[in-house]
Write a protein that binds this ligand. Structure first.
Ligand code: 5AD
Ligand code: SF4
Length: 456
């Protein structure tokens, strides 16, 4: 038998890229590729890239520079190392990547991952191959089942249910790199969730660029995300559900009600607002006002009082004044976030905001970001500190750094470190929180009945 080929996949950016990398591994496994732990010695390296901000995209070119040296070394040793660029930089830059970095053999956009073997074959015989079309067929229909490369071993998994975005926020490349909103059919999602549950998955995070805009074909017409969640909540084995990322405009009544009705839906929601200023929200084409967002948060909290919120913020969007920025600070104070991501505005070629004449100077952006991050850090610390002394259910996910220690997640997505036997991996146990750090909680097993049941 021929020696197995080895592929090393490096993932940048969001959770959808993490999911996609797994699915590319599934596609390549069918072609006889095994996973390599490092690019050294691999026959193929796939860079699954992110284009959301300038820094993210630049990282890719420096990585290709390092791989070029490995490729030359491999060639002098009589071996072949092929380099493929996938993900959103691939989609946005296409053939320019090969022009700028001739070491690259293949460029493949996110909608063409099912065609990866054919693209690589074309590159082998005819030089660099570039594929960034949005093919008419659904890539998921042409992929082997999830877990073909490596059946899931940990108890948590991502599952893409929706891709693309029709919102066209003026700062964002996603509508161009991931295309129009498209939802996977209910039956295919249920099938994949069942397969993951059989592989030991207990917690599923449904993914989509606009996941709450989900409208997938169901047995009786199009289903909303709320309906999909309640279907998945009925699956044996799946004990926790999450979804990300949501847009405020798609936070429908039934989805808010799902937070009240579904115990398995975790009380944590990533709901980006980007800015607290109506003027900037309008310039961003967010299509909602500050008050609309605050009202949605109130309704969500009425439905699920212990709901923790997470968000994304951009500071220094073109035209943002001091007073606009203060509006953002006040919104953050009003909402109170458990966790959040914040960024300096980064002009992205091809997006409307990049052409603005009113760019905010870099030092102003830096100062605003520092102030916002201080506030968000304080809120995160306060949220975590509020857990001390409480007993919370924790899904134990993996071994900790110290022997005898496991790491898990609380319902609010906090990392929890706890001394516990490895037999408890994959179980949800009650943990008493003894200490709260800013990034993780430290807990102890109270030796209660839940623990004993899980051990038995
Ligand atoms: N500049 C800065 N941040 C951006 N994001 C998206 N595009 C940009 C940009 N051009 C942020 C938004 C989004 C998150 C994924 O990345 O906050 O919600
Ligand atoms: Fe980008 Fe806006 Fe779409 Fe989110 S909703 S992916 S920020 S365009």
């Amino acid at each position: 038998m021929a020696e197995a080929k080895k592929v090393f996949i490096k993932t940048y950016g969001c959770q959808m890229n993490v999911y996609d990398s797994g699915r590319m591994a599934d596609v390549l496994a069918r072609e006889g590729y095994e996973a390599a732990e490092a690019p050294e010695g691999a026959d193929l390296v796939v860079l699954n890239t992110c284009h959301i901000r300038e820094k993210a995209a630049e990282k890719v070119y420096s990585e290709i520079g390092r791989l070029r040296i490995l490729k030359e070394r491999a060639r002098s040793a009589g071996r072949d190392l092929r380099i493929a660029v996938a993900g959103c930089v691939a989609q946005a830059e296409g053939a320019e990547i090969v022009a700028r970095a001739p070491a690259v053999d293949a460029v493949v956009g996110p909608q063409s991952y099912h065609r990866l073997p054919a693209i690589l074959e074309r590159a082998r015989t005819g030089g660099p191959a570039v594929e960034t079309e949005f093919p008419p067929e659904d890539k998921f229909d042409h992929m082997p089942p999830v877990g073909t490369a490596a059946p899931k071993r940990g108890p948590t998994a991502f599952l893409t249910v929706q891709e693309g975005c029709d919102k066209f926020c003026t700062f964002c490349v996603v509508p161009y790199t991931r295309g129009a909103e498209a939802s996977r059919p209910v039956a295919r999602i249920v099938e994949e969730a069942e397969r993951l549950a059989a592989q030991g998955v207990r917690e599923l995070t449904l993914l989509g660029q606009n996941v709450n805009a989900y409208r997938g074909a169901g047995p009786d017409g199009a289903w909303s995300l709320a309906r999909l969640l309640s279907r998945l909540a009925a699956l044996p084995g799946i004990e926790r559900l999450r979804y990300t990322t949501s847009h405020p405009r798609d936070m429908g009544e039934d989805l808010i009600a799902a937070h009240r009705d579904l115990d398995r839906l975790m009380p944590y929601l990533h709901l980006p607002v980007q800015s607290g200023s109506d003027r900037i929200l309008k310039a961003m084409n967010r299509r909602h006002r500050r008050d609309d967002y605050l009202r949605i948060v109130d309704r969500l909290r009425a439905a699920r009082p212990d709901l923790a919120l997470s968000g994304d913020f951009i500071v220094g969007f073109p035209g943002e004044t001091d007073s606009d920025f203060e509006d953002t600070m006040r919104l953050v104070e009003t909402v109170g976030y458990a966790q959040a991501y914040s960024f300096k505005y980064s002009p992205r070629p091809g997006t409307p905001a990049a052409d603005s004449a009113a760019h905010v100077p870099e030092p102003v952006k830096a100062e605003r970001l520092a102030r916002l991050q201080d506030l968000l850090d304080c809120q995160q610390k306060a949220f975590n500190a509020g857990m001390a002394g409480r007993t919370v259910p924790v899904l134990l996910e993996k071994a900790g750094r110290r022997p005898g220690q496991l790491i898990g997640r609380s319902p609010w997505l906090q990392a929890v470190q706890v001394d516990a036997p490895p037999a408890l991996l994959g179980a949800i146990v009650d943990v008493r929180i003894v200490e709260a750090g800013s990034n993780s909680l430290f807990g102890a097993l109270p030796g209660n009945r839940a623990t004993m049941r899980a051990i038995a």
